[in-house]
Every structure is written in structure tokens, then in C-alpha cells.
Write a protein that binds this ligand. Structure first.
Ligand code: PHE
Length: 343
């Protein structure tokens, strides 16, 4: 009996090694465990053994073998599934990433389109275009902008701090200091960038949005220059007359400071969720650069004055395209976004 068991075990090893498909495994299962299978037969032949000790021992051995067969068949089945997957991956389609894209596929994001337009407009007026980091330190985001640690204006911007003390820039103004230091005065520069604030999102607020900052510093720059550049920019972007209003606004880095609002183009000024029912949309906070900010940037405030503005690029893209909900812009929803990228 025991030699029979050993012979079966050897047979099992051989079968398992050869089995290349689940059909072969099923066949092996029937051969061993089926109603007329080898193990079942062994069980029936147990009764022929006369010696009770021998019978008991053989019974235990058969049970062990049975368990072993079950376990090893299941393990081999798992292995075969993995092998099959590997085979399919190897036989699958091969991609050639060097083949040029088919024309007409892919397009620029609506915000990129507006950004490019603005860069062209400002470049034609003598502004350089600058790039800046998204992770900055407190000095650049706040202190250099006349916002010391204790200042309540820090609370106006819900900031994402990193564990190393740095932060995700809350506004493109964070680049002002570095750019002043890089070029000195006179200076005309714009710097578009992605900004982050811990905002509860709704139709007109997002935690990730784009701004475009602009600064112009020279001798005798005044509010008239600021208004001129803002008006020129808006009429070029919208290619038509837009209702605007200028009202006082507080930002520690400008003095005086303004909010430049445009009449909401989604509702025509009547009020809707996009403009918080006011009919107006804050598009471009701006003002005359505070002397402390010029000094921090290494520029003599006795000699030079300048203006700064922080255009809401995301809002501008919404107004230009009639996009009612800001969340569409970061959604990656091609069906929605491709409506605005045909130009
Ligand atoms: N950085 C300000 C903000 O995002 C906007 C601003 C820029 C205001 C430049 C004045 C001058 O809130």
C-alpha cells in the first residue's frame, strides 16, 4: 500500500511539471481525486488490509496525499494564470513612441491659450516674461511683500505649508522680490504662475489656480500708467469694450491699492453664482508698489516708483470662454475642455 502511495506521489510530480493549461490540471484532478480516481481507489482498497495498525497508518498516508494533491493543484493553477498573463503581455501590441502624433489631436488648455495671448500683448509693450518656483519660503511669499509674521493679512490667504517650513506660493507676487533683485530698475516684467490656497471649492473658487503678475518700475510711474496698461490689456484680450470699475482694495504690498473688477460676462452683470450674484468679478487687484517692497528688492524708493497687478488668469479664461464653473478647468475632462480649445 505504502509503495502505491509513493508511486502516486511521483506520478503527481510528473503531471504537475508537465501541465501547461488549466484543462490539463482539470484532467489531473479527475485522475487523482475523481470518483474513480487513484486516491479514491486506494481508500476503497483499505478494507482489504487486515492488520488494524497497518490500516490506520495507510489511512493517514492516503489522507496526507489527498491534501497534498489538492494544495499543489491549486498552486499550479495560480502559477498558470500568471504565466498566461505574462505571455499575453509579451505577445501584446508594441508601441512606438517615436511615431509623430496625428495632426488635429491634442490642444492647448484654455488657460494656456489666454496666457499665451497675454504674453504676446505685454511683450509687445516691452515687458519680459519670467518664470518662478511653485514652492517658496515665507520671506518671498510674505515678508518681502511687507507682510510680517504677526500681520493679519497673512490670514487672507489660507496657505499650504510644507513640513520643512516652505509653502506653496499663494500668489504670483511671491516672485516680485527675486525679479527686482535680478534686474533692478527700470523694469517691466510679467510672471504667470500656478498658485495654491486652501479654499473650499465652489463655482468661482479653486485650491489651485493661475495668476499673472506684472510689475513696471521706473522714474515717475503713476496711477495713470497703471490704468492705461490695464485698459489696453483688457481691450486687447476681449476685443471689445468691457465695463470695469476700480475700487479701493487693501494689500500690504501696494499703496494705494485697488481692485479692478469687470462686469460679469456670464450673466451680463445681472448676478449669477459665478460672480457671487454681484454682477462684478474681481479680475485684477493692483496698486502702486509699496516703498518697503522696493527697498526689499534693492530698488531706491526715493528715485523709483512702480505699479503691480495680479491678474486672475483662471478667471480671465472663464470670462473669455463663458465657463461657468472654475472646477471644469482642473478636471481633466477632455469632453468639457475641448469645447474651448478650437482656436
Ligand atoms: N497678490 C495679490 C493676491 O493674489 C494680488 C495683487 C497683486 C494685488 C499685485 C496687488 C498687486 O491676492
Amino acid at each position: 500500500m505504502l509503495t502505491k502511495i509513493e508511486a502516486l506521489r511521483a506520478q503527481l510530480n510528473e503531471l504537475l511539471e508537465k501541465a501547461e493549461s488549466s484543462a490539463e490540471l482539470d484532467k489531473a484532478k479527475v485522475e487523482f481525486l475523481g470518483k474513480k480516481g487513484a486516491i479514491t481507489e486506494l481508500m476503497t482498497s483499505l478494507k482489504e488490509l487486515k492488520d488494524p495498525m497497518e490500516k490506520k497508518n495507510a489511512g493517514q498516508q492516503i489522507n496526507l496525499l489527498k491534501k497534498e494533491v489538492e494544495e499543489r493543484l491549486a498552486a499550479r493553477a495560480d502559477e498558470l494564470v500568471k504565466l498566461e498573463e505574462q505571455r499575453q503581455i509579451e505577445a501584446g501590441p508594441r508601441y512606438d513612441f517615436t511615431v509623430p502624433a496625428k495632426s488635429g489631436q491634442g490642444s492647448l488648455h484654455p488657460i494656456t491659450i489666454v496666457q499665451n495671448e497675454l504674453e504676446e500683448i505685454f511683450a509687445s509693450m516691452g515687458f519680459t516674461i519670467e518664470d518662478y518656483d511653485e514652492i517658496v519660503d515665507e520671506y518671498h511669499n510674505f515678508e518681502a511683500l511687507n507682510i510680517p509674521g504677526h500681520h493679519p493679512a497673512r490670514d487672507m490667504q489660507d496657505t499650504y505649508y510644507l513640513s520643512n517650513g516652505q509653502l506653496l506660493k499663494t500668489h504670483t507676487s511671491a516672485a516680485q522680490n527675486a525679479i527686482m533683485r535680478k534686474y533692478g530698475a527700470p523694469l517691466r516684467a510679467i510672471f504667470p504662475g500656478r498658485c495654491f490656497r486652501n479654499e473650499a471649492t465652489d463655482a468661482c473658487h479653486e485650491n489651485t489656480f493661475f495668476q499673472m503678475e506684472g510689475i513696471m518700475i521706473d522714474e515717475d510711474i503713476s496711477i495713470s500708467n497703471l490704468i492705461y496698461f490695464m485698459k489696453t490689456m483688457l481691450s486687447e484680450v476681449f476685443e471689445r469694450d468691457i465695463n470695469v470699475r476700480l475700487r479701493p482694495g487693501f494689500f500690504p504690498f501696494v499703496e494705494p491699492g485697488f481692485e479692478l473688477d469687470i462686469s460679469c460676462l456670464i450673466c451680463g452683470g445681472e448676478g449669477c453664482p459665478t460672480c457671487k450674484n454681484s454682477g462684478w468679478l474681481e479680475l485684477c487687484p493692483c496698486g502702486m508698489i509699496h516703498p518697503n517692497v522696493l527697498t526689499a528688492g534693492g530698488i531706491d524708493p526715493e528715485k523709483y516708483t512702480g505699479f503691480a497687478f495680479g491678474l486672475g488668469l483662471t478667471r480671465l479664461a472663464m470670462m473669455k470662454n463663458g465657463i461657468k464653473d472654475i472646477r471644469v478647468l482642473n478636471s481633466g475632462n477632455l469632453k468639457a475642455l475641448s469645447q474651448f480649445t478650437s482656436r
